[in-house]
Design a protein around this ligand. Structure first.
Ligand code: ZN
Length: 314
């Protein structure tokens, strides 16, 4: 009797886990690395908000293959999507992911770290990200639970193991030179640009949004964001892999991000100086150059608001 119960329980478990496995296969986020230069790849994520389907991997990530291992730029928002990323990397290289660089403190830049650390990867970020990651890691995991539900399983904030200091670092990873360019962040305090000087490719993380409007959060600073953006311009990259939106060039990055930040700061700075109140300043901002950006109607009033308040404090 007890054996039969055990047997039927066992059978039920097998059926459920098989179905669960199938469901995961059906719903796993599609990660696909496309070449942007020799041995350099990008996955272009969804430009919509976070959904159960996109597993909060609504952002771009990069992969650089060196003779001694692969370098992943950003690890996704969950343990499970990190596995999807590792699987997609196998489609373009036999090299294991030995290094992960987190370009900032937002969920999809680093909450997949746990998977790669368990595989033995070294996790690198700028030290400017440390306080933000420690302060908001758990909060960001929890904020995704209502959207990601079971796909959030196993996700915990796992910090980088190597922190870089200073504005301009050069890292030699697997014999390839990487520059980590940091101007005190912007979208988050730890935002840094990863630049490959040999091929002229910049992985900008959240320093650049194209096709969709950028986001400002309580931790964001437009002042340092502009400085980070100008550091990107100084590199004169041939290829820009933005944090969000298609792989592009510097001109589109300027149109969709740099000019928007500068226009917001110019308008709100003048309004603050002239004693124009917040509501009037937000209303009089000229949005016409930016109406092509997705989600502009939802986000622009908030961007205008936050920029005014930030500039009032400067
Ligand atoms: Zn982002």
């Amino acid at each position: 009797m007890s054996l039969r119960i055990f047997g039927s329980l066992f059978a039920t478990t097998v059926v459920f886990s098989t179905l669960g496995g199938l469901a995961n296969l059906v719903h796993a986020v599609q990660v696909s690395f496309k070449a942007v230069a020799p041995n350099v790849y990008a996955h272009v994520g969804d430009i919509e908000g976070r959904t159960y389907e996109n597993e909060a991997l609504n952002a771009n990530i990069g992969l650089v293959v060196t003779p001694q291992g692969a370098v992943l730029i950003d690890s996704g928002a969950t343990f499970s999507s990190a596995q999807d990323i590792a699987q997609a990397a196998k489609a373009v290289t036999a090299q294991p992911i030995k290094w992960v660089i987190n370009t900032g403190g937002q969920d999809h830049r680093w909450l997949g770290n746990g998977y790669f650390k368990a595989q033995g990867a070294e996790i690198i970020a700028h030290a400017g990200a440390e306080a933000d990651m420690k302060a908001r890691g758990l909060e960001q995991v929890q904020a995704n639970v209502p959207v990601l539900k079971d796909k959030q399983a196993g996700t915990t904030p796992v910090l980088p193991t190597r922190w870089m200091q200073g504005a301009d670092n050069t890292l030699d990873l697997g014999g390839v030179s990487f520059k980590l360019v940091y101007r005190n962040g912007g979208h988050t305090p730890g935002d840094a640009i990863v630049y490959l000087p040999t091929v002229g490719v910049a992985f900008t993380g959240d320093v650049v949004y194209v096709d969709r409007i950028l986001g400002l959060h309580p931790v964001s600073k437009t002042k340092t964001w502009v400085a980070s953006f100008e550091a990107l311009e100084a590199l004169q990259p041939k290829v820009v892999v933005p944090g969000h939106g298609r792989v592009t060039d510097l001109a589109q990055a300027q149109r969709d991000t740099g000019q928007l930040l500068k226009a917001l700061r110019a308008h709100m700075g003048k309004a603050v100086n002239d004693g124009v109140d917040l509501a009037a300043a937000v209303k009089s901002f000229d949005a016409r150059p930016f109406v092509h950006l997705k989600h502009v109607e939802v986000w622009l009033p908030q961007l205008a608001n936050r920029t005014y308040l930030e500039m009032e404090m400067e």
